[in-house]
Write a protein that binds this ligand. Structure first.
Ligand code: GRF
Length: 208
C-alpha cells in the first residue's frame, strides 16, 4: 500500500488531481495519509480539510537548525506511516535525512521539460518566462525522482505542450498545468502498482 505524504507550499491543484484520481478511478493500493506544508497560509490546507485528509504545518522559521526541521518532518512522516512522498509545489529543499530514508520514494513535478529550465529560481512563472525567452517551440511537464540537487533526479514521465506564437507566461502555465494534472496521477498509479523500475538514471515502466 502506497501511503502518500504530499508536500506543498501553495495552491494544491496537483494534490487535488491525485486525490481525485485515487478516489474516482479507485486506484487500489494508494492513499494520501497526510499533507505537509511549510506555509501556514497555503490554500492547500483548506483543500485537505475539505477532503478530510490530515495536514501539518512545518515552518522552517520555527526551527533553529536544518537538522531540527528535518527531524520534525520525519516525525510526522513516521506518525502517519508514510512510505512515499509526492512534492506538489513545495518550495523547500528536501533535507538529506529525508532523502536517505525515502531513497527513490520521493517524486516531484516540474512545469518544463527537464533537464532544461530547471534548478534554483526556476519555479512558477519564472520557468515559463525562460521558456519564452529561449524561443523553444515545445515545453511541457516532467515528473522525476528527487535527489540532492534541484530538479535533477531520474525522469519518470514527461509530456509536451506546444508553444504558440501568442503564448504568455500565464497562458503557458495554464496549458502545462493541465498536462501536469494528467501525468502526475498516472505516475502515482504506476508506483502504487509497483510498475516503476529504476536503473541508475533510466526509469522504465513495466507493462501490466
Ligand atoms: C506546479 O506548476 C508544479 O509543476 C510546480 O508547482 C506548481 C504547483 O501547483 N512544482 P499546484 O500547487 O499543484 O496547483
Amino acid at each position: 500500500m502506497l501511503e502518500i505524504a504530499v508536500f506543498a507550499s501553495g495552491r494544491g491543484s496537483n494534490f487535488e488531481a491525485i486525490r481525485n484520481a485515487i478516489i474516482e478511478k479507485a486506484v487500489p493500493n494508494a492513499r494520501i495519509c497526510v499533507v505537509i506544508t511549510n506555509k501556514e497560509t497555503a490554500p492547500i490546507l483548506g483543500r485537505a480539510a475539505e477532503f478530510g485528509i490530515p495536514s501539518a504545518v512545518i515552518d522552517r522559521r520555527r526551527f533553529d537548525t536544518h537538522e531540527a526541521f528535518d527531524a520534525n518532518i520525519l516525525e510526522v512522516l513516521t506518525e502517519f506511516s508514510a512510505n512515499f512522498v509526492v512534492l506538489a509545489g513545495y518550495l523547500k529543499m528536501i533535507g538529506r535525512p529525508i532523502l536517505e530514508r525515502y531513497r527513490n520514494r520521493i517524486i516531484n513535478i516540474h512545469p518544463a521539460l527537464l533537464p532544461s529550465f530547471g534548478g534554483r529560481n526556476m519555479y512558477g512563472l519564472n520557468v515559463h518566462r525562460a521558456v519564452l525567452e529561449a524561443g523553444v517551440k515545445v515545453t511541457g511537464a516532467t515528473v522525476h525522482l528527487v535527489d540532492e540537487e534541484y530538479d535533477h533526479g531520474p525522469i519518470v514521465a514527461q509530456e509536451t505542450v506546444r508553444v504558440a506564437p501568442d503564448d504568455t507566461p500565464e497562458s503557458l502555465a495554464s496549458k502545462v498545468l493541465e498536462v501536469e494534472h494528467e501525468i502526475y496521477p498516472r505516475v502515482v498509479e504506476w508506483f502504487a502498482a509497483d510498475r516503476v523500475q529504476i536503473d541508475g538514471r533510466r526509469v522504465t515502466i513495466r507493462s501490466k
